[in-house]
Design a protein. Structure first.
Length: 377
């Protein structure tokens, strides 16, 4: 303990007066990884010592009724974040692998929280999520953990929980902007988000706007609320996926996927009701991925586009940027992994979703490697 206290003081002294301009770009890149690990480990230790001190009544002596309020005041965070941190360090004591990774700085407090929450509902996924957390950001870990938790709840029960959790809030911020926050049923929220993102992407292409995507999305949402924004599109508002056996039976069994792409599991009966809408697309599957469909034009046939937008079975989570560490799901472009000009086919196996910046970076790598030459016959 004496060594830790001394090390903390030494680190604090080294950070005071730090000037990044005195280092090279390469030195800063290396230091960034080291500091990120220290920050994550320090967050865990901070919460652990706060929990221990609070158990001895230190927060009462400091004038606070609860430990979260005390930790929030000391750390400069919110009471909610402090409460989550205290709960997480308590939960990881029952998950030794996650605890070791957290205190070693390999995963963040938020990532550890997702892992412990998932293990409580869907045991047996700790190691998989830890591996993912060391390679990806919080968004990807949260998405996978959410899918695992949802899959562990019977679809009918999950659907009822969703209905009970519907909400809509609005308020005004300091600029007078109207802010909204809500929880919508998947069959309502997914089409809405898809139309907003499609409108924002269309605006960027047509106007070559350099505004942030979220600003263009706000404009698209405004158009939709005003009753506009509907255009003919090759993509449906909602893609519903069901195992063939479950569809024929009218209800699903364990291991049979029935879901809204981008919205999670859903009862087969709801899919049947929604499939009557002409703007929806229903895809029946038997768990086998289509890899043999190929054609050698640059444009995407409808069946190839559908397979790509579904994502990979058995999860069918929808398209996400394929670059490691990137988890964008909007404004994606379909890129030939083996470039079209290098002889790469237009099939499911050779097409990867990439966001604009990653697509440009990959094209630059292909050009430098000489893969953008003449097309093979």
């Amino acid at each position: 303990m004496v060594d830790l206290k001394s090390a903390v003081h030494d680190l604090q002294g080294a950070l005071e007066g730090f000037d990044a301009s005195m280092l090279t770009g390469e030195q800063c890149a290396t230091l960034l990884g080291d500091l990120a690990r220290i920050r994550k480990a320090c967050g865990a230790v901070e919460a652990a010592v706060a929990a221990r001190a609070a158990s001895c009544g230190a927060h009462h002596r400091a004038g606070f009724a609860g430990a979260p309020d005390w930790l929030a005041a000391v750390s400069g965070s919110t009471a909610h974040d402090a409460r989550v941190a205290l709960e997480t360090v308590a939960d990881v004591e029952h998950r030794p692998e996650t605890r070791d990774a957290l205190f070693a700085g390999r995963v963040s407090m938020a990532q550890a929280r997702e892992i412990t929450r998932t293990e409580a509902i869907a045991p047996g996924n700790e190691r998989e999520l830890l591996d993912l957390a060391t390679r990806s950001g919080l968004h990807r870990v949260r998405a996978v953990a959410r899918e695992l938790r949802a899959a562990a709840i019977p679809p009918d029960e999950l659907y009822e929980r969703q209905r009970e959790s519907r909400s809509f809030f609005h308020w005004r911020d300091e600029l007078g902007m109207v802010c909204i926050k809500g929880r919508l049923m998947p069959e309502v929220g997914v089409p809405l988000i898809k139309r907003v993102e499609a409108g924002a992407g269309r605006a960027r292409r047509e106007t070559r706007s350099v505004e942030p995507f979220e600003a263009l999305a706000a404009d698209a949402f405004e158009v939709i609320v005003a009753g506009g924004g509907r255009r003919r599109s090759r993509s449906p508002d909602l893609v519903l996926v069901s195992d063939v056996a479950a569809w024929l039976r009218g209800h699903g069994h364990a291991g049979e996927v029935a879901k809204i792409v981008g919205g999670g599991p859903i009862p087969v009966s709801v899919i049947e009701a929604l499939s009557e809408n002409a703007f929806y697309k229903v895809v029946l599957h038997d768990g086998t991925q289509v890899l043999t469909v190929a054609h050698y034009g640059r444009s995407l046939p409808a069946h190839v586009r559908t397979a790509l937008e579904l994502g990979f079975p058995p999860a069918f989570d929808g398209a996400v940027c394929s670059e490691e560490g990137c988890d964008r799901r909007h404004d994606l472009e379909w890129d030939h992994d083996d470039p079209y000009s290098n002889g790469g086919p237009t099939n499911v196996g050779n097409l990867k979703a990439r966001c604009g910046p990653d697509h440009q970076a990959k094209t630059a790598r292909d050009r430098a490697a000489g893969r953008l030459g003449g097309r093979s016959p």
